[in-house]
Write a protein that binds this ligand. Structure first.
Ligand code: GLU
Length: 490
């Protein structure tokens, strides 16, 4: 059997991280089995579907590297891949169901359906369509049509027994048929419902495995019943558990960004994101965590997808992203960081290429996302120094530190080389001459130059700042120290 899977987003917004995980699992399952990954756009909700959303979803899938084999833009033998273009397919199968007595027109108005629900609620009965149009004879139908009523098409469900399937993730799942009802297949406007369109398309597109979020699990018995009524073999189902936020509630905006595009903008790498998404419900074993997409394409197994909800842990994402950044060559890392910074408005031409390479090298593992470069590198990227209040207060209170920093400024101003070696030699030499431990002078200089207590190596910092900014910031700190009230009269 050829494995054919699909990702079937409704284009009503961005690609959500939950959807991205579903897409990834389908993609990986296809790759592992040498199968086909289909992208189908479920845009039958004309009011909520937009072209912008389609474009955004395609962009995010491309950014993640999840290339589809059939679907929008690439085409394929099972198209069209937009449900809005498949109307005749749905109508053809609807007519077959009707001819077989498995579907019937329903003339109930929205107001009548609402009244039905209200009376069921008042009687504490389960809310379901009561089948009142199922038994209408030809004359009754003709009378209602003569009233000008439109008709939806409903599925004539067999309420006896149960509908069950063996789910790859959840094992046996069963629903009693009497909890289901005669659900709508085609609305009065001729548009198909999700359950109907999904079954028709999955069948016609020869989908072998349906891998989707378990928020769809209550749809599956309806779909299984439809396969039976249409005389089709259902696909294998795999319902993947929900993604929860760190507090155990369903992942939402409260837990941070939920769209893939937002993570792109925040400076995450596709590799970090893919790795993170893969581990939201799947594990290779109980140790290995770092995987590239290419590695996942070999080792992913649907059988190892857990039925327990996955926790969306941003710390883990940052760590994984940092690991993927670390795996790159210095050149690749620098390229990504500089492109990100350029996108954030920094003028790359302000420094030569080797300066940018040195910046990225100096920031090292402080950069776990590309955006970290902007914060960790702020001291060098911005001419105006941002200072941590506590670090400055401490510096300004230190006895004698002002004159020492002023001397350091003078020494460095006349250092001819201004290289890492000469800066270190000059700084340590001055500390000895001042009778202080080099570490003490260096700690003060670090705060003066970066505004913070923890920063990358001091001599790299000096080199990145260059002579003018280094000397200027040291003098500035000395002047501020001198002006500080703690030393008035020193
Ligand atoms: N359009 C549905 C959704 O976005 C697809 C569900 C399915 O995979 O069957 O949730």
């Amino acid at each position: 059997m050829t494995v054919r899977v699909r990702f079937a987003p409704s284009p009503t917004g961005f690609l959500h991280v939950g959807g991205a995980r579903t897409a990834l699992y389908n993609y990986l399952f296809a790759r592992v089995h040498g199968g086909v990954f289909v992208l189908r756009i479920e845009d039958t909700d004309a009011a909520r579907s937009t072209d912008e959303s389609v474009a955004a979803i395609l962009d995010s899938l491309r950014w993640l590297g999840l290339a589809w084999d059939e679907g929008p833009e690439v085409g394929g033998a099972h198209g069209p891949y937009f449900q809005s273009e498949r109307r005749d397919h749905y109508h053809r199968h609807a007519a077959a169901l009707r001819a077989a007595g498995r579907a019937y027109p329903c003339y109930c108005t929205p107001a009548e359906l609402e009244a039905m629900r209200e009376s069921q609620a008042a009687n504490k009965e389960p809310q379901r369509y009561d089948g009142r149009c199922r038994g209408l004879d030809g004359a009754a139908r003709a009378r209602l049509e003569a009233e000008g009523r439109g008709a939806a098409l409903r599925f004539a469900l067999d309420t006896a027994g149960e509908t069950a399937w063996k789910d790859v993730v959840r094992d046996r799942v069963a629903f009693r048929n009497d909890v289901l009802d005669d659900f709508v297949l085609l609305r009065a406007d001729g548009l198909p419902t999700y359950n109907f369109a999904c079954v028709v398309d999955d069948h016609e597109m020869e989908i072998s495995h349906v891998i989707r979020g378990d928020d769809h699990i209550s749809n599956t018995p309806r779909q299984v019943a439809l396969y039976a009524a249409l005389g089709w073999e259902p696909p294998v189902f795999a319902h993947v558990s929900m993604i929860l936020g760190s507090d155990g509630s369903r992942l939402s905006k409260r837990h941070g960004a939920t769209s893939v595009a937002a993570y792109h903008e925040l400076g995450y790498l596709p590799a970090g994101m893919v790795n993170f998404l893969a581990l939201l419900g799947w594990a290779y074993d109980d140790k290995a965590e770092l995987f590239t997409l290419a590695e996942l394409e070999r080792v992913f197994r649907l059988e190892r997808v857990s039925r327990n909800p996955a926790i969306f842990n941003l710390e883990k994402l940052d760590w994984l992203n940092g690991q993927h950044l670390k795996r790159l060559s210095e050149g690749e890392r620098t390229e990504l960081v500089t492109r990100f910074l350029a996108g954030r408005g920094f003028d790359l031409s302000g420094h030569p290429a080797e300066w940018w390479t040195a910046l990225v090298r100096t920031l090292g593992e402080r950069v776990r996302t590309l955006a970290d470069a902007e914060t960790a590198g702020a001291f060098a990227l911005n001419d105006v120094l941002e200072t941590e209040p506590a670090a400055w207060a401490e510096l300004l209170e230190k006895p004698a530190v002002g004159p020492r920093l002023a001397q350091l400024a003078a020494v460095l101003e006349s250092d001819p080389d201004f290289s890492l070696e000469s800066l270190e030699r000059a700084t340590r030499g001055l500390a000895v001459a001042q009778g202080v431990k080099p570490g003490e002078l260096m700690a003060a200089a670090r705060v003066a130059l970066t505004g913070r207590k923890t920063a990358p190596g001091l001599f790299e910092v000096m080199w990145l700042l260059g002579r003018a900014r280094t000397v200027g910031r040291l003098q500035d700190a000395a002047a501020r120290w001198g002006a500080g009230s703690a030393h008035a009269g020193d």
